[in-house]
Design a protein around this ligand. Structure first.
Ligand code: APR
Length: 320
């Protein structure tokens, strides 16, 4: 049986890390696409040359030609520009919207059967635009944010409690940005919800609030430290988890930016929610009852994303 074909659109920091992970995990063959001639070819060759020492079987090819992504099973999109210190994800809107148009048209023409995972920021608005430009069905286009946000939350919690992150689960909702909604009552250590752990004296409410805020600011913290780009190891790893769930029909329950039509009071809108990812793409949106304060935070987050979607429509009239 042929190996799955995984097209990585954008061969920058995240794209290169994705290619390496796909090869190491033997998820399939890689097409690394970028407009900067030389970069995708160089990274593909470099990673291929790590194969003999690592012992993986995967073909890697770098390209600047969309025809090479033909028939891809999965496309992971990181094309665009990342943040610099002092910038918000929203500051990237105008420039990355143009990139989404080119990428969406490239996927539409060459890989219309693919499961598409967008990573480019501002995430929720870019996923929406990419879906519009590509014309693919909604369940085949999603965005990576929640897996990363919950991984950051889990890391901080495991650190605070001095327990394995394997036993920490986290639940985040909403847009990938300052308004994201980490749900503490659905986040646990070995099934014990965080509010109970506060009662048990494992941490204080103040410390927990600080961890929630650090999670919201997790991307900016890395941008500030790096000084010349944004996070790439954890974003790439998070997207690979989603791609693997699709390719192996694992039906993992993963939070991601998905099209929500009917749940959470939404009427056809992309935002971060828990989903089931299997061979059908986004097979289900997991709808939970939100408490009043949670719903208010979620609505605020949705409003922030709506503002960005409206801004996209103002920039590109074909989206209006
Ligand atoms: N088509 C294909 N590739 C493009 C295009 C385009 N139209 N425009 C830019 N690129 C490429 C760049 O040449 C570069 O190699 O996208 C790549 C982006 O890589 P980096 O600048 O290293 O950015 P990275 O850290 O990988 O982040 C990419 O993901 O998390 C988000 O905010 C982040 O939007 C950013 C994206």
């Amino acid at each position: 049986m042929a190996r799955p074909k995984i097209a990585l659109i954008g061969a920058g920091q995240i794209g290169g890390t994705l290619a390496h992970l796909v090869a190491l995990k033997e998820l399939g063959d890689v097409i690394l696409f970028d407009i900067a001639d030389g970069t995708p070819q160089g990274k593909a060759l470099d990673i291929a040359e790590s194969g003999p020492a690592e012992g993986f079987d995967a073909n890697l090819k770098g390209t600047t030609d969309y025809a090479d992504i033909a028939g891809a099973d999965v496309c992971i999109v990181t094309a665009g520009v990342p943040r610099k210190p002092g910038m918000s994800r929203d500051d990237l809107l105008g420039i990355n919207l143009k990139v989404m148009k080119a990428v969406g048209e490239g996927i539409k023409a060459n890989a219309p059967e693919a499961f598409v995972i967008c990573i480019t920021n501002p995430l929720d608005a870019m996923v929406w635009a990419l879906r519009e430009f590509s014309g693919l069905s909604h369940e085949k286009v999603c965005g990576m944010a929640g897996v990363l946000d919950s991984a950051r939350f889990r890391h901080f919690l495991a650190d605070e409690f001095d327990v394995s992150m394997k036993d920490v689960t986290a639940f985040v909702l909403g847009g990938h940005g300052d308004t994201m909604v980490p749900l503490t009552r659905y986040s646990t250590v070995a099934g014990i919800p965080l509010p109970d752990l506060v009662k048990m004296g494992w941490t204080s409410q103040e410390k927990l609030d600080a961890i929630v805020q650090r999670t919201r600011d997790g991307g900016a913290e890395i941008v500030g430290l790096l000084g010349n780009g944004s996070a790439y190891y954890a974003p790439a790893t998070s997207a690979i988890q989603m791609a693997e769930s699709y390719l192996k029909d694992q039906k993992r329950v993963l939070p991601c930016a998905a099209y929500v039509d009917g749940a959470y009071g939404l009427d056809g809108f992309y935002v971060g929610v828990p989903t089931v990812i299997g061979k059908g793409g986004i097979e289900r949106v997991v709808a939970i009852e939100l408490a009043k304060d949670e719903q208010a935070m979620f609505d605020k987050s949705v409003d922030a994303v709506k503002g960005l979607v409206e801004a996209c429509k103002g920039i590109d009239e074909t989206l209006a």
